[in-house]
Design a protein around this ligand. Sequence first.
Ligand code: PNW
Length: 458
Amino acid sequence: ATAPRDLSQVRFPEGFVWGSATASYQVEGAAHEGGRGPSIWDTFSHTPGRTVGGDTGDVADDHYHRYPEDISLMADLGISHYRFSLAWPRIQPEGRGQLNTEGVDFYSRLVDGLLERGIQPWVTLYHWDLPQPLEDAGGWPARDTAERFAEYAVAIHERLGDRIKDWTTLNEPWCSAFLGYANGHHAPGRTEGPAAVRAAHHLLLGHGLAVRALRERGAEQLGLTVNLYPVDSVTDSDADRDAARRIDGLMNRIFLDPVLRGSYPEDVVADLAPVLDFGHVRDGDLAVVNTPLDFLGVNYYTRHVVRAGTASGAPSTWVGSEDVEFVKRGLPVTAMGWEIDPDGLYETLTRVWREYDAPPLYVTENGAAFDDVVDADGRVRDEGRRAYLEGHFAAAHRALSEGVDLRGYFVWSLLDNFEWAYGYSKRFGLVHVDYETQVRTLKDSGRWYAEITRANGL
Ligand code: PNW
């Protein structure tokens, strides 16, 4: 456990990046404007029963129109970097071929607006909004999607590469593959375990192809963002420890090993053997996936604690390991029901650093949903979020002080936004959004974060 520390001693290295993050489908809205084509999230959210309240990203935070105001909010927060994603269907409505000029122009204006205020754009090429035509052609389980992704990466780099230094290929391929294709909680909502494992590979292949192509074109900083969780077993029994090994394999190592070592973990391949062979992995693929990176983005929210159990029969994220049960320890939780566990961030960062030959790390997402309300006096007193962030900043600092090369931290999220299957029912923002009026209100946590970014410490 973390020893109580004098938090006033927590100072970050000079040049440490303080940022905040969003994603295109979660904030932009304007789903039918500017020549944008449909994505799998439009289709999914418009399918009855898929999202809480039937919420969709049609309007979201209307960031597509309100981005100048949002840039001002970023300036108020004092962030040096803004992490956002490009909507592939705004840029290539068909997922291939001709670029949609209006879409490119939107991002061009956004980037210029950021740079004018001294905020560096930190671009993610893919945060889950696959052009629907590509899903219709097979989606990520189809190898062709990887090739299309690399083409899209080159095409947009051609237009924006002069002004953007930092490029992230994918956000959380685990979610795209396993929530999208195994348990179906995310778009496209398919429940085909083996297809999810193929999707994971093609996401990584697309990542590697894009990194190679952008590197050749002179892109400065190239990386990948993964969501990692420490996975603990409830007891020391062989069965429970094996359950933890399997989930760690399917959650963390199935991405970290190919990207940072050039091979899939042997135990994961063996666990999956009853469900699929790895025949979709062609000679040479892993060398592409293993292309050196300039940074690795880590998204951290909570820890998984598991034990050996019995399969429920419901479609599961855990392909081939459906029998593993997830346990709550009774720690305080956020509005997502996720246990608050800052030590897990420290463990995650130090683990990646010790076990892998990793490039510099960034926390590209960390934050919390709480049931915020705007008081009569116009304040959002989100002490829970402030405390959550403070604990996690301290945990990151502890990893730093033990030699982990952590270069920056992006709070999820700048704004309350469309929280995927939870729609607008979960609020992660440093800024409150009234979805009736689109009025933005800086929360207490946002005011506090502005002090952190200014002081470069707690
Ligand atoms: C991440 N899970 O999503 C995403 O990168 C964000 O877009 C999202 O808003 C944020 O975390 C908060 O949820 C996740 O079920 C969604 O394990 C679901 C899971 C993990 C991450």
